[in-house]
Structures are given as C-alpha cells and as structure tokens.
Design a protein around this ligand. Structure first.
Ligand SMILES: [Zn+2]
Length: 389
C-alpha cells in the first residue's frame, strides 16, 4: 500500500504491507525522518496502533516509512550516532502516521496479500508419476467416472437475491446472521452477472466452511467464518461509534449457568455492557439472565458470546476492563455472532456473504490477521499445470 498524506505539517510517505503480510520481528520495518534512517519508539508505536485491529499482537507489518517534518520540530542530538531523535510534538507525528496507514487500509478494502496465493502455489506438489524414471511402467489410474447425479442437482441461480443494489439487500444481510437451517444445496452454475463482482459468484462449499467462488479472472477460496466475522465486527464497531448498539429483547430470557466469580464479574460489568446491546441480570448465585442482545447478532450463539465475555473479564481483571477492551469485547461477540464453520450455506447465502465482504472495510483479513480469502488467477492455475507461456 502506498502512503501519501500530510497532516499538521507532518508528511508521511512510503510503503506499508497489507495486514496479511507480516513478519515475526521488526527487522522489516524501516523508518526515515527527513532522509535519515532512525529507530524511534513513537513511530514503532504508531505502526503498532495503526495495525492493531488487523494483525496479531506479536506480528510486525512490513513498512518503509518516510517522514518529512520541519527540522525545528525534531531534536536529532539525543543520541551520538543520531539514530534516535525526539519529536517536539510526538502526538502529531503519531496521529499523522496512524491516519496515513488507516487511509491506505481503507483504500485497500477487501484485498488480501497476494503472497497468500504464492504460498498456496508453493504448497502444491506435482504428482509422483510425473517424475517416474524413464522406462518405468506408467502407473495405471482408474479414471472410471463416478455416476454423476446431474439430474438431481438442485440448481439455484444466485441471481437477484444477493444483488447489493436491490432494496432487499439489508434484509439479505440479516438473512446471513439469522442462518439456522443447514442446507445441502451447494452446487451452482456460474451466474455470469455475478462473475463481474470482485469476489465473483459462489460455486460450491467444501468442508462445511470454505466457499469456492469464481470471478472473471480466476478462482477464490473463502473462509466463511473468518469473512463473516470481520463483517459483523465492522458493523458492530460502526454502531458502537454512533451510540449504544441497538438491542433486541429475548422473548424468554436466556439463563446461563456460570461459576459464581464469573457471575459477579458480569454483574459488575452489566451497566457498561449495555452500550454493546447486551443486557444482563444476576439470576441467583450461579446464573446470569440475558434480557436483550445486540440486534445485529441475530439468533446467533448468545450463550457462547456471554461466556467468552466472562472469560475476557476474568483475564483482563481491571476495574475498567469494559472501557479498555471495547474492541476485544466486540471481537469476542462477533466470533459467536458469525456463521460458524460447519454450517452449510445455500448458494444465495454464499453470494450474499461475498457481496457483504466487498462492501466491508478490511475484509481481506479476519480480526486475527489471517486472510479471509485467497485468490488463484487463471494464470496461476495454468502455471500449476505447466501451461503458462
Ligand atoms: Zn471466530
């Protein structure tokens, strides 16, 4: 991602890697201030903060950051080798860097690093018989076709129902959240109009978690849980930013049994959790009643969400845990509020998820920094078979 912003007299330029392209140490981070190579805590911290939502804490994004700033605003004499410096207004530099990365991440949209596809290509190995020594008898393979039950395929067009421009699209998204019924209808014909979308048209689902899609340039493999989780997380975050998250009353309060300490911690945090759309009440010594839940989570695994938030409160163990860990709380709830791996999706549901990803910022990586999809272009596939020219 190319960086180019200027803010309060701080110019930020250079290159920054996508969040799916990270290293285990900071050796691939380069910082220059007014042309001088430096190591500086403010810059390292700003990069860490800018990527916090998109990468694991122990991973380092790859960056080459060039800062241009009025020389009067930096003190380069804090270290004899001049490899360290001090900014007069560290806050301004920090916010300029975070802003620059944030803009680039938003512009990158749902892109995942192409190195992901390279990794996959590297993982493929040629079949053994291709390298059999000359003279060895060719391995006989039984290519008898299995009886293909074409006639019994339930064809679903995938058209219209998932069109993001249709007025029903909002309801469609609700549809993904409220998915309850498993379905075995997974094969579909390519829908030509959907092929033009960046993430294309869903063709099949494999291992109950991976959507195989096709666009006009190639093949895509999408991790349905990771992709949906990012989308729920981003919507959750947007709702939280504009006030309390809209909630929905449970018809019958859900009662969850938990150890007494967990109940106590949830009870203490209950007033703070209401802004997340989660309304809890103590229900005896070892139970919590859930009265209202975030509307955007639909009929998802509320019990899992509440248990996970309780675990978080125990781990963080500070009186201001809820205020300090807002992003982590919504991440935990989004995880349980998303299509789980293991759930079969219908073709229209898969297409709705693909359209949702295209409209979701940062959807190329899940909230833990893993890719949500990989793309193999037709030329990559041809390369696998030695067909590239
Ligand atoms: Zn998850």
């Amino acid at each position: 991602m190319r960086l180019a912003t200027s803010r309060h007299g701080v110019v930020v330029a250079g290159l920054a890697g996508l969040p799916t392209y990270t290293r285990a140490n900071s050796l691939s981070q380069f910082y220059f201030v007014n042309g001088r190579s430096v190591r500086d805590k403010v810059l390292v911290g700003a990069i860490r903060a800018a990527y916090a939502d998109y990468t694991f804490r122990d991973r380092f994004p790859v960056v080459a950051l060039y800062i241009a700033i009025d020389p009067a605003e930096v003190d380069v004499n804090v270290h004899p080798a001049k490899a360290e410096l001090r900014f007069r207004d560290a806050g301004a530099v920090r916010s300029a860097v975070i802003r620059a990365i944030g803009e680039a991440l938003t512009a990158a949209g749902f892109k995942a690093s192409t190195s992901v596809a390279d990794d996959i290509l590297g993982a493929f190995t040629a079949p053994q018989y291709a390298t059999a020594p000359a003279g060895a008898p060719p391995q006989r393979r039984d290519f008898t076709r299995p009886a293909m039950p074409f006639a019994s395929y339930d064809r679903v067009s995938g058209y219209g129902s998932a069109n993001p421009f249709s007025p029903q699209y909002g309801a469609q998204q609700q549809g993904i959240e409220g998915l309850n019924e498993p379905s075995a209808r997974v094969e579909s014909e390519a829908a030509p109009a959907l092929m033009e979308f960046p993430l294309g048209t869903a063709r099949a689902q494999m291992f109950d978690n991976f959507i195989i899609a096709q666009n006009s340039e190639g093949l895509l493999l999408v991790d349905q849980h990771a992709a949906h989780e990012r989308s729920v997380y981003e919507r959750f975050k947007a709702q939280l930013a504009s006030g309390p998250v809209p909630s929905r009353a449970q018809l019958i309060p859900l009662v969850i049994e938990l150890p007494e300490e967990d109940c106590a911690r949830l009870e203490d945090a209950a007033p703070d959790l209401e802004r997340f759309g989660l309304y809890l009440e103590r229900f005896g010594p070892r139970a919590i009643a859930v009265r209202e839940t975030p509307a955007l989570l639909g009929n998802s695994d509320i019990e899992g969400s509440v248990r996970d938030v309780a675990d978080g409160l125990a781990e963080w163990d500070t009186s201001s845990a809820v205020a300090d860990r807002m992003d982590e709380i919504i991440a935990r709830m989004a995880c349980h509020g998303s299509v789980r791996s293991g759930r079969r999706l219908r073709v229209d549901e898969m297409n709705a998820l693909l359209r949702d990803m295209e409209a979701t910022p940062h959807s190329g990586q899940c909230i833990h920094g893993r890719p949500t999809y990989v793309e193999l272009k037709q030329k990559d596939i041809e390369r696998l078979f030695g067909r590239s020219r």
